[in-house]
Design a protein around this ligand. Structure first.
Ligand code: CAA
Length: 248
């Protein structure tokens, strides 16, 4: 049987890179997306993956643009084959308290973290339905479960992913497709390291595990949900947060 194809959005970021690596090692043919402003890091990124024996076909796209996502999926399928696994991982932060939050920072975060999930999934799901197989994994966040000071935009988008996940799972479950979310807590990536040092220190002090997650720990969870054998886990959220936020 030919390799299953996995598409990861935001592939060259902290968690994205770990997901690409994990899925490639699990035997998937991996495609990934990046945005134009990341082009400058691509040579180093590709060299590092090559050194690890990981291959990933990269596509430049702005996932906030629906029409660009139509073209993305056509390009990925032409080059790699039909998408069996979709990991909606692209995301940004623009943290600010409400009184300081610019309209732009609200729009950018909702467009990148939530509308992108619709834009990409909408163009993948029909093929999955036709083929009666698919795994969709949406990267949400612990802060989409509990909220976070200074993150009304980010938490709203990540909460929205939970609603999207639960609803779509019910629509497609009969067709062999699963839709789940993963909610990382604070993870050692450049995005989190950008938080003011004093604030980050106080956040880490609140994590029962006493440390942040490693990107590989998030990637492992994605691999588990992307596996064929995870077919009855559907409409679920998997928290990966070192016991910082526990709820059932
Ligand atoms: N709870 C309550 N009050 C707080 C607070 C908190 N957590 N943090 C700050 N404050 C208070 C300050 O003490 C200060 O009080 P006074 O006005 O009485 O002095 C006031 O709030 C400061 O308000 P400002 O609007 O001036 O805030 P700021 O501009 O200085 O900072 C912020 C706002 C940039 C959002 C900053 O608080 C921050 O960076 N917070 C961390 C946000 C965060 O956790 N981001 C996660 C990014 S990683 C990620 O998102 C990945 C993931 O999925 C987990």
């Amino acid at each position: 049987m030919s390799k299953r194809v996995a598409l990861v959005t935001g592939a060259v970021g902290g968690i994205g890179t770990a997901i690409v690596t994990e899925l490639a090692k699990a035997g998937f043919k991996v495609a990934g997306t990046y945005i134009a402003m990341e082009a400058k890091i691509l040579p180093d990124w590709k060299a590092a993956r090559e050194k690890e024996g990981v291959s990933c076909e990269l596509f430049e796209v702005d996932v906030t643009d629906f029409d660009a996502c139509i073209k993305l999926i056509a390009d990925v399928e032409a080059k790699c084959g039909p998408v069996d696994v979709l990991v909606n991982n692209a995301g940004i932060t623009r943290d600010a308290t409400m009184k300081k939050m610019k309209k732009d920072n609200w729009d950018m975060v909702i467009n990148t973290n939530l509308n992108s999930v619709f834009n990409v999934t909408r163009n993948v799901v029909e093929g999955m339905l036709d083929r009666s197989y698919g795994r969709i994994v949406n990267i949400s966040s612990m802060n989409g479960q509990k909220g976070q000071f200074g993150q009304a935009n980010y938490s709203a988008a990540k909460s929205g992913i939970h609603g999207f996940t639960m609803s779509l799972a019910q629509e497609v479950a009969r067709k062999g497709i699963t839709v789940n979310s993963v909610s990382p807590g604070y993870t050692a990536t450049p995005m989190v390291r950008a938080i003011d040092e004093k604030i980050l220190k106080s956040i880490i002090a609140q994590i029962p595990a006493g440390r942040m997650a490693e990107p590989e720990e998030i990637a492992w969870t994605v691999r588990f949900l992307a596996d064929e054998r995870s077919g009855f886990i559907n409409g679920a959220n998997v928290p990966v947060n070192g016991a910082q936020y526990t709820c059932f």
